[in-house]
Design a protein around this ligand. Structure first.
Ligand SMILES: [Zn+2]
Length: 81
């Protein structure tokens, strides 16, 4: 049975040219709108920043995110035998 090709077939590849971006934002509920955040190239920086922010403010809730970059490559199918 042949698949209907309504959607093109693509694979997702991590973009080797772009490094993932790490970020963290203080979302402490005890102070509305603290909103302090950091963006960095590495997870160690983020963790260190959260440690320091907690030590100086007492805030202990954060939103942490990793943005990575992908490219779509055509998915090449082998012909069925
Ligand atoms: Zn804070």
């Amino acid at each position: 049975m042949k698949r209907a090709s309504r959607y093109a077939a693509w694979t997702f590849e991590r973009d080797p040219e772009a490094r993932p971006e790490y970020s963290a934002e203080c979302v402490a509920v005890e102070v509305k709108g603290c909103g302090e955040m950091i963006r960095s190239g590495g997870p160690e920086w983020i963790e260190e920043w959260m440690r320091r922010h907690t030590q100086t403010t007492g805030h202990t809730s954060y939103r942490r995110a990793v943005d990575d970059y992908v490219t779509l490559e055509p998915f090449v199918t082998r012909p069925e035998v």
